[in-house]
Ligand binder design. Structure first.
Ligand SMILES: *[C@@H]1O[C@H](CO)[C@@H](O)[C@H](O)[C@H]1NC(C)=O
Ligand SMILES: *[C@@H]1O[C@H](CO)[C@@H](O)[C@H](O)[C@H]1NC(C)=O
Ligand SMILES: *[C@@H]1O[C@H](CO)[C@@H](O)[C@H](O)[C@H]1NC(C)=O
Ligand SMILES: *[C@@H]1O[C@H](CO)[C@@H](O)[C@H](O)[C@H]1NC(C)=O
Length: 171
């Protein structure tokens, strides 16, 4: 993050701690790179929620990693807020070791069907996740955000989920 952005963030947190935002647009796109390994049974979004169902065709899933990229459309160019590989199995094995992941997970845990480390003997389901800013691990500006997650399961890139969300201040 650039220095100007960090300052804007701090000012935002200071001024707007109590303000609420409204979701005005959500879109989602899911792509399977390997339909013999994983396919999407659901991939949809409305302004209120988001649902994804990934059916794994070769269980068990013994390793699961996500390349996570979260970008914000600043007035000048997209700024990346998170750009990291999250090893889901390791993160569940060491709870508390990774602040952003655990903060985010605790916000969404009731909407996802994984709550443990590998192996996974079931599909990956996110059901009716409410699209709102409290999902993110830090306070946010209104504006446009994109999140892209490339999921690597059992050592290969299998699927890609890309979603966009637009937030406005609630009047
Ligand atoms: C998305 O899919 C889920 C599960 O199939 C369904 O319950 C939900 O109504 C769908 N939402 C939209 C906006 O189509
Ligand atoms: C979000 O994705 C859309 C469509 O791919 C793109 O046009 C837009 O520039 C992206 N915005 C950010 C903030 O990355
Ligand atoms: C994300 O990180 C990867 C690896 O460090 C880098 O190659 C890539 O350019 C970064 N992407 C963005 C949008 O910052
Ligand atoms: C994980 O979820 C299962 C099924 O909902 C539940 O039985 C189990 O107690 C949960 N485990 C933890 C550690 O939360």
């Amino acid at each position: 993050m650039g220095r100007a952005i960090i300052w804007m963030w701090l000012i935002n947190i200071f001024l707007y701690q109590e303000a609420t935002t409204q979701v005005v647009g959500v879109w989602i796109k899911c792509v399977s790179y390997d339909p013999l390994f994983g396919v999407f049974q659901t991939c949809n979004a409305s302004t209120s929620d988001l649902s994804i169902y990934i059916k794994w065709l070769k269980l068990p899933v013994t390793s699961l990693k996500g390349d996570v990229l979260l970008t914000y459309q600043s007035a000048f160019k997209p700024v990346s807020l998170i750009n990291a590989t999250w090893d889901i199995c390791k993160l569940f094995k060491n709870p508390g070791r990774h602040y952003a992941f655990h903060r985010m997970y605790s916000n969404i845990r009731s909407f996802v069907n994984i709550n443990h480390s590998c192996p996974y003997n079931h599909d990956l389901i996110i059901s009716s996740l409410r699209a709102e800013r409290t999902i993110l691990p830090f306070p946010v500006f209104p504006g446009k955000y994109n999140v892209t997650v490339v999921i690597n399961a059992n050592g290969e890139k299998r699927v890609n989920v890309k979603a966009g969300i637009t937030l406005f201040w609630k009047k």
